[in-house]
Design a protein around this ligand. Structure first.
Ligand code: C5J
Length: 224
């Protein structure tokens, strides 16, 4: 077992039953000139976690532990995008519209892709999801069952939307969840802080949080 100095208390995981889920590190959310930027969000906040997510990927890759990348997006005909989702947000730039990096959140468009710095490598899963949560309308549950996973480490964007939603879905399915604090971000700092506080509340009601350094130190000590 590996024990990480985490909040609200230590997080312990079996190294043969852990997987990393990197949520939606897509150009349209993260890069200048993408969908998020065009809507007026400060994407420099999201850019700042690229080293943290890369460092976390390195920990998992060095140990041969499973990595799952998710991408939020829809079919070109939008048949998997409920009007209730499409019609909210910006009235001028909606899912499926032509944006600065191709059609917004449509499979195969440049903006839908994962940023180059975090590109998946051979053997890693890339999971397309139409919802905010990564379990909804995907085979994530089947993948994790096949891997024998019981513990999930989380990174990605945005903390209070797709990351928190997926952690709550995972929590209800019985996984023990750790969110890496410097590998997740929001366009709104107060939302990130609130989401992390909600996750840790009431004795880790949704899960734990810890900085990457705490995870890396715990892993290094155990695997030295
Ligand atoms: C959002 C996400 N915020 N990946 N998506 O719409 O959190």
């Amino acid at each position: 077992m590996i024990t990480v100095d985490a909040s609200p208390f230590a997080y312990t995981f079996p190294p043969d039953k852990v997987a990393l889920i990197v949520i939606d590190m897509q150009r349209d959310f993260v890069e200048p000139g993408g969908f998020g930027d065009t809507l007026g969000n400060d994407v420099s906040r999201l850019q700042a976690i690229l080293p943290g997510v890369a460092g976390l990927l390195k920990v998992f890759r060095d140990n041969g532990w499973p990595v799952i990348h998710t991408r939020e997006g829809h079919r070109p005909d939008l048949s998997d995008c409920p009007p209730a989702k499409r019609l909210r947000g910006s009235p001028t730039l909606r899912i499926g519209d032509k944006g600065p990096m191709g059609r917004i959140l449509i499979h195969g468009e440049p903006g839908h892709g994962i940023v180059d710095a975090l590109a998946p490598i051979a053997g890693e899963y890339v999971l397309d999801k139409p919802g905010k949560g990564a379990f909804y309308a995907t085979d994530l549950g089947t993948i994790l069952e096949g891997l024998g996973t019981t513990h999930l480490v989380f990174a990605g964007v945005t903390t209070e939307v797709c990351v928190q939603t997926t952690m709550r879905e995972a929590n209800d399915r019985g996984f023990d969840n750790l969110l890496i604090e410097d590998a997740t971000e929001s366009y709104f700092p107060e939302f990130k802080d609130a989401a992390m506080a909600m996750i840790r509340a009431q004795g880790a009601i949704v899960g734990w949080t810890a900085p990457l350094a705490a995870l890396a130190a715990a892993v290094a000590m155990e695997t030295a």
